[in-house]
Ligand binder design. Structure first.
Ligand code: MN
Length: 257
């Protein structure tokens, strides 16, 4: 295919471009770890100038935030199991593109916020849509994006003090990493693991196992409901922070109409 054909096809009207990012601002909800762990700062922004005496014709700001704030990318070195792996800056360009595999459990998650993605869900998906290809982004569609601006619903902390939000089971993570060799796991929630995943063995399996195998995570996504079960392409490119363990990202999807 010539370059001309690529551009022609991409902008032919046969594809829709979907923004999978959530807004990034002072209200962006962030993970809260219990004592004695240190927490990440959220997003903040400070004006340098705004068409004023500090810069008469221009506006610009300084921003600061943790690497794992808002819609963001988890690199392998984010977890101790992946400490010999790569940082966001070292992710090869090929890995910034992958097919979106969207497993829709939104209706069930609305009924049961602790709903886990199980191997049986994956096999049921494959029966209908074919085998999940290697190096794809597997997304668990939970409906949680609608709560991204509502901390109470987004974290859904129970009487036990634990967040109750959906995520993958240990077996599902092992299956996707080892049997399907995926690029990484995507969620609409604050992290790639279920709210109660601190109680799993191993704890936080999506971090422990995925990153240990050199795989990635994408969190706090928006608009997964605009993607088909298969056939869309996700472009997720973190900032090229040298040695960075993660980065805010505005993932995009190219969706065939
Ligand atoms: Mn993270």
């Amino acid at each position: 295919m010539s370059n001309g054909n690529l551009v022609e096809q991409l902008f032919s009207g046969n594809f829709e471009f979907v923004d999978l990012g959530q807004p990034l601002n002072e209200d962006t909800l962030i993970l809260n770890l219990p004592e004695p762990f240190k927490n990440t700062p959220g997003f903040s922004k400070e004006k340098i100038s705004e068409y004023d005496e500090d810069g008469p014709a221009w506006a610009w700001n300084t921003f600061s935030c943790g690497e794992h704030v808002g819609s963001h990318f988890d690199a392998p070195i984010h977890w101790v199991t992946g400490k010999d792996g790569i940082s966001v800056a070292d992710i090869p360009a090929n890995d910034l593109f992958g097919e979106a595999i969207v497993i829709d459990l939104a209706a069930e998650c609305a009924e049961n916020p602790d709903r886990l993605l199980e191997v049986d869900d994956i096999l049921a998906f494959e029966k209908e849509h074919g085998k999940i290809p290697a190096r794809s982004w597997v997304a668990m569609k939970t409906g949680w994006a609608q709560y991204a601006q509502d901390g109470e619903k987004f974290f859904n902390v129970g009487e036990d003090g634990m967040p109750h939000t959906p995520g993958p089971s240990v077996d599902a993570v092992i299956f996707l990493a080892e049997e399907r060799d995926i690029l990484g796991f995507c969620t609409e929630t604050v992290g790639t693991d279920a709210g109660i995943a601190a109680t799993f063995e191993p704890m936080f399996p999506c971090h422990n196992i995925m990153h240990g195998k050199g795989k990635y995570g994408l969190t706090q996504l928006n608009n997964l409901d605009k993607l088909p079960p298969r056939g869309a392409v996700i472009i997720a490119s973190p900032l090229k922070i040298t040695g960075g363990t993660g980065s805010p990202v505005r993932p995009l999807a190219i969706v065939p109409k």
